[in-house]
Ligand binder design. Structure first.
Ligand code: ZN
Length: 137
């Protein structure tokens, strides 16, 4: 809830052509609904901004990958067939061919507890589980 709305009086005017024409009391339930509406709108706007940032970052990442691949192919002679073969190899590391390499939960080698794939280190003992730079957590 936006704290500003909780400070507003429950009486508002109807504005027509820039003039307040009448005042009326807004029931408390409506004030709550207005607060929720404002909060939902704010959350949606924030999510929209975050999606735009992610889209821009993804487009930039795709361009960098394409550039790196072209440099690599030009300088080493690697072929797209070899690239596709490597992509398939990485894809099935998680035992599922789905265009993703999702790491699975694993057992900590030090304390034997289960460590989520989202964490690069054990939350219980700090043992580093995954040192890959491609771990997104
Ligand atoms: Zn551990």
């Amino acid at each position: 809830m936006n704290p500003l709305f909780s400070l507003l009086p429950a009486i508002v005017g109807t504005v027509v052509d820039g003039q307040v024409t009448q005042n009326r009391t807004i029931p408390n339930e409506s004030v709550g609904a207005i607060n929720e509406s404002y909060s939902a709108k704010h959350t949606a706007q924030r999510a929209e901004r975050q999606v735009k940032i992610l889209e821009a970052n993804l487009a930039k990442t795709m361009m960098i990958c394409e550039s790196l691949w072209e440099l690599l192919a030009e300088r080493t002679g690697l072929t797209e067939q070899e690239l596709y073969q490597k992509i398939l190899e990485v894809d099935i590391r998680d035992d599922v061919q789905d265009n993703k390499n999702q790491r699975k939960a694993t057992q900590c080698p030090k304390c034997q507890r289960t460590v989520s794939a989202r964490h690069a280190a054990c939350l219980y003992c700090g043992e580093v589980i995954d040192q890959s730079i491609f771990n997104l957590s």
